[in-house]
Ligand binder design. Sequence first.
Ligand code: ZN
Length: 284
Amino acid sequence: MLATRRLATALLACLVIAPVQAWGPLGHSVVAELAQRHLSPAAEAEVERLLAPDHTRSLADIASWADQIQDDPAQAALWKQTRPLHYLDFRHGDCNYTPPRDCQDGLCVVGGLQHYVAVLGDPTQSDAARGEALKFVVHFVGDIHQPLHAGARDDKGGNTYQVQFDGKGSNLHRVWDSGLLSTRGLDWKAYAQALDSRGLVPLPSPIAPLDNPYAQWAEESCAITAETGFYPDDHKINQAYVDAELPVAELRLREAGRRLAEVLNLTLQGAAAAPAANPQGTRQ
Ligand SMILES: [Zn+2]
């Protein structure tokens, strides 16, 4: 009886502290696996070398590490320092990325990507620093494509927008993290396989005059959250909402996967000093 109650309490605690940090593990692992399937041999070898201390060669395995460190007391300082790098608030009424207004001191997901892609591509950095940077890059490319991680409203990325989903109370952020994707009933491997079999996703054309591609990715997310119907007026996530928005979520996963592969292929292209990634090919 006591054991049962303890178990129930433990389960409840898990539910209460479940992290709401962008795509859940499913979405992050799908993005990472999509990228892994399109790595160049040089990038693949470097990924394997940098992840050796983690006893894996799979990007999907480390894709949620940047969220998981919040539960590790030994990483408390790193979590505190990197926590603002998971998102960006376009709360000033438009989706035009305007630094420093939208990214004070580089403390937003655009700044996080700029910083960690540079560390990853810097051969003078230690393998430990570059391995850590790889884990952040894999995670943040996923985050920046979750529309509510660069949303247009001042509502903590939809966390304060309550909705009914599957007969239960939830919020829009959580629905986009994991609720929509979970309606497929697939694990990350099967999900990545299903999305990859649709072929290489075409990427949106560059928006001028941005000076870095990550800002564009954030602006795309913001624009999605500003579309009619993204916020359900009746606060209900019904089948019509899933039918309309799941394809959007899956498109973002595919774009994130393709772009992550491009970033890693450019940044890890060889032993020579690699430049910071310029995934759009023309601008940095
Ligand atoms: Zn995150």
